[in-house]
Structure formats: structure tokens, C-alpha cells
Design a protein around this ligand. Sequence first.
Ligand SMILES: [Ca+2]
Ligand SMILES: [Ca+2]
Length: 367
Amino acid sequence: MTWSEAQSYCRQHYTDLATVSSEEDVAKWVFVEEGKTWSEAQSYCRQSYTDLASIRNLAENEEIRGLISNSSWIGLFRDGWKWSDGREAEFRMWASGQPDNSGSNEHCVVMSTSGVWSDFPCSRRLPFICYNGSSRWIFVEEGKTWSEAQSHCRQNYTDLASVRNLAANEEIRGLISNSSWIGLFRDTWKWSDGSTMSFSKWYYNQPEGGDEHCVVSLRGKWHDYLCSRRFYFVCYSAQSYCRQHYTDLATVSSEEDVVKLNDVVGSHPSWIGLYYDINSWRWSLQNKSYYGEGEAEFRMWASGQPDNYYSDEYCVVMTTEGQWGGHLCSHTHPFICYNGENKTTCEFIQNNNNNNINHNFCHTFFS
Ligand SMILES: [Ca+2]
Ligand SMILES: [Ca+2]
């Protein structure tokens, strides 16, 4: 929504509070009965709601189980990188713009002849580099899928190459005549909203891995699947949740608030209540009694902000690092509402751990 639409939504709840008969009237989860690939489903949820569903505890898993009739995508997918030999190495040599996980289908890594890396579909047949404890690198010119290459290296040598530093990268670069597999692959589960997996409910023998990098829920149990398969899916709607529980756009008055709100917004830049009015920045929530000393003046601008880059950047979003930036008020973003009913506690949209969706925290100035 635009900033003023978001403001209206947040405020509306306050005046309409007496007529809302049940909080269950507004859905937090939205079950979409349209077959889509995982990334199509993700785009749909991000456009129409907030994101694909993240499931943080057993209660949420049960809610979604009760909602869906068939296998349905949830927001879980494989991201983050590991080396085939299981050892840790932070060195990366990504080409510009990589990794981009194009088509949500690029889970293995190739080195090009110029020495830079890209993520690439594991099913492509490419030459590859094995590692052997004694003679170091072996370039195998035969085209194989990443998994076939891994098996070949493990049978005949030690493993696919782990490239741990620039010197090793240069040695391998000098050896290859085509883009070649190295040992890096995606193997960490993440939620679509950017949060890590802290709760899981896998079906027996799942996840199987290989090329299966996206997750469906069926009868409350999770299965990894090819991301290109089409399933119904479950979106998460922060707007609905906001409307249920909040009275105004969020006011941010301390660094502690920033941390908490950052947990809420995940990977989504979101409107907060700050806006530019005549000649100063003010909060949407203007009742002075809500603010302790100095709290209404707290700011957390990102470096160089507000820069009014497009002119008329009179509304404020909080980005993923908790920093603020001025935006055109007509842009559409998710938003964070604030519950002004309780002096010390308020509910946030979602939290980043597996305790409870209704994460409470003390906000020092609310009544
Ligand atoms: Ca790529
Ligand atoms: Ca599977």
C-alpha cells in the first residue's frame, strides 16, 4: 500500500474496534488454489499479500495444515552455500550479479574460464574439477551433472574441488578450458522472508536433497520438491494481521525498537509512521503524551538519508538492516502498525524465533 493507505488501515482499526466481532475474521494465512511453481507463488504472495508462509512453530504448522487440502508450497527453500567435502571455507569469487538463482533453479556453482563463479542448474552437464590430497587439482573434461561429477570425484579422487583462497582459484583457472563445476552447492534452508529455519516438520525420509530445493506441506508434514513443480500455496498476510491488532503506523523511538521491528519486517522494506510535514519530520501518531523525553526525536537514518533523491520523498521506510530511508509516499510497501492500547506491551506481526507469533515486548512510551 501507499503510505497514506497504510495509515488509514492502521487507524481504521482503532475506530472500528468495537464492531470487530472476532479476530478470526481476518486471515493471517491465505490459501491460494492455483497451481504455480515455487517462484511464481512467491511473486504472487509478495504482490498480493506479504510473502509465502513462514512456519515458526507447531501451532502455525497446525493452522496451515487445517487450511490446505492438497500438497501446497510453503516459504521454505534451500539457500546458503556448502562445500561438497563438508569443510568450511568463506572464500567466494562470485561474478558480478551472481548468485542470482535464476528461475529458482540454480543450486550448484561453476567457475568460468575467467575465474569467477556463478550459480547454475545442477542438471547441466559440464566438465569439473576434482581434488586429490596429493596432486591437488584434477580437471575432468567429460561433461557430467553436478551430482555425477561429485560421485566421480569421490570414487576416483577425494571430492569435488573446494576453492579456499585466491591462490587456489588462480591455479584452477589456469587448468580449465571451459566453465567447470566446483564443489560449492546450496544447502541451507531459509524462509522466503529471509529468516532462518528454527522449526521444522519433515516427513519421514525428507528432505531428499539433490535437485529438490523447495518445500510443500502435506497433512502437516514437509517434503522437498523440484521448485518447477506446480502446487497450490499458502501466503502470509501481514496487512491482515496488522489490521487486526494495531492502531497506527509504527513509531520507532529507540534502537531496541529498531531491532524488534527488524525482526518483524524480515526482508521487506516497510512503511513506518514517520513523514515530512511542512518543515520537519513527524510521527503519524502525534499525541505527545505517548512519547518519553527525546523519544519522538529518535531517528535511524541510513547513511546519506534522507536525500530526497526523487524529490517529494516525504514518507519513510525501514529497510532490512533497520535503517530508515525517505521514499515517495505513493510507493507501495508492506507496513508496520502499532498498538497504542497498552502502556508497556504491544504485539508485533511476527517474530524471528519459534516461540509464539504473538511476540510481546515492552515499548516504553505507550499507554
Ligand atoms: Ca546464476
Ligand atoms: Ca523430496
